[in-house]
Ligand binder design. Sequence first.
Ligand code: FAD
Length: 539
Amino acid sequence: MLRLTDIKLPLDHDDSALPQAILQKLGVPAEQLLDISVFKRGYDARNKRDIQLIYTVDVEVNGQDELLEKFAKDTQVRLTPDMTYKFVAQAPENLNHRPVVVGLGPCGIFAALILAQMGYKPIVLERGKAVRERTKDTFGFWRKQPLNPESNVQFGEGGAGTFSDGKLYSQVKDRKHYGRKVLHEFVAAGAPEEILYVSKPHIGTFKLVSMVEKMRQQIIDLGGEIRFSTRVEKLDLEGENGEFTLKGLYLSDGEYLACKQVILALGHSARDTFQSLYDQGVYIEAKPFSIGFRIEHEQSMIDQCRFGDNAGNPILGAADYKLVHHCKNGRTVYSFCMCPGGTVVAAASEPGRVVTNGMSQYSRHERNANSAIVVGITPEQDYPGHPLAGIELQRRLEEMAYQAGGENYNAPGQLIGDFLAGKPSHELGEVTPSYTPGVTLTDLSKVVPDYVSEAIREAIPAFDRQIKGFAKADGTLTGVETRTSSPVCIKRGKDYQSINVKGLYPAGEGAGYAGGIWSAGIDGIRVAEALAMAFDNQA
Ligand code: FAD
């Protein structure tokens, strides 16, 4: 097969245009072209009046070798790379022990799935509940029921991204094409096939729930075991002078699980577990993350600004944006986890704290667009002195947000115009914030450090120069956005094991090695492979 890149066609092109463009590019007659499959379809909307679709296609042609020779100097015509996933190991017939995966978020799911597919029959431990029960707890909390600290947006089967927009792209380097394996497994579990070829695939929350169940079933069918409501409390370590070997795990139900290899896919909110690991001497470093607010505008305004008269075209869907501003005070403000046509969600996992995040359905049909507008912070500058100091900072801000919201899990909120003018809000305008249980209008600068307010005040008008209306006075802000990524890194070496605990494989977002569903899935595969290749079957 040949891969042709950068084929540009108008947004409203008809079905024959793509084969025509391919024939023209290759300079061959129609009989020579045997098959076409679209590998990627993106768009270029820089010129709103002339939005172009950009295709990468794989084609089967007669005379492939001659064509390769003819286009030897053309980087837009290449041999299609082999992107099929190949297993790196196979478990021995008589397994003397089983690997353990802690956490059933995207990283843990893919680690467990790959291990199961290679025959290792993993044991999976997840502190939260199975996804249907978890959905009830989470939606209940959004409808003013009590927060369940073990079953919420952060904890439970499917991990942090279950109630999300389900965006499946990131900028991670993926030379081994693990990302394709992730997408293929999602499709096998019921995701729409288009995620394989659209340039910014997303799944939406409800579809994710049933996909997670199917993937769990596959792990079980292959001999894996999944234990919900089972939190890992402590490691059993042997060793001295800061160098350890893993012997087993102490679990919240009182059980002791002897094991030699554990993938630790905790996610960024397992603060109690980070503390326990630190107390036991597992090497952890503080790492940068970002803090700020969620911003909401009407989606129609974003669509109009990005797509002009083409707003509403089903191929384009609801428009997204990605914005960055470097401030005078040296800070960088950027948009993050933009959810077109979505809602802002209550993402707390600890009582007495308020956190915002965003999600949407596959259709992205809700009235508002939301996105985090956050400021990058670093341990050196903002929370020095202790590997877990970032967690303390997050907690402080989330407590202030809880208090400013009225101590009932309402999020504190403010109109953009009032925030820019430095005065509290008292009344909503045209944009109704979507966060539930509710929003308490106030002065949001109370819940973040001054440098954050300052930076965001400078950035919003700058963003308005790119998206007209972004600084619109009655757009809304809610807060506080603190769980943008993990505040810690559980350092691992080239063998993917903790640099001071043999047998422990820190992975995914919580360990500092992924950011988002797709990259967490990719990291899960990587670490599962490393574990399989180091597997020692001795009892
Ligand atoms: P997690 O998904 O956090 O999973 C960790 C799991 O470990 C959890 O299920 C937790 O219960 C479990 N666990 C923790 N401690 C223990 C313990 N001690 N014992 C046993 N189990 C434990 N990313 C995107 O790419 N696209 C999006 O659209 C998107 N939207 C998001 C929307 C929301 C509301 C949120 C909260 C996140 C969103 N993200 C999104 C981020 C994405 O969800 C995470 O990057 C991703 O889930 C990280 O995967 P993970 O497996 O590393 O960790």
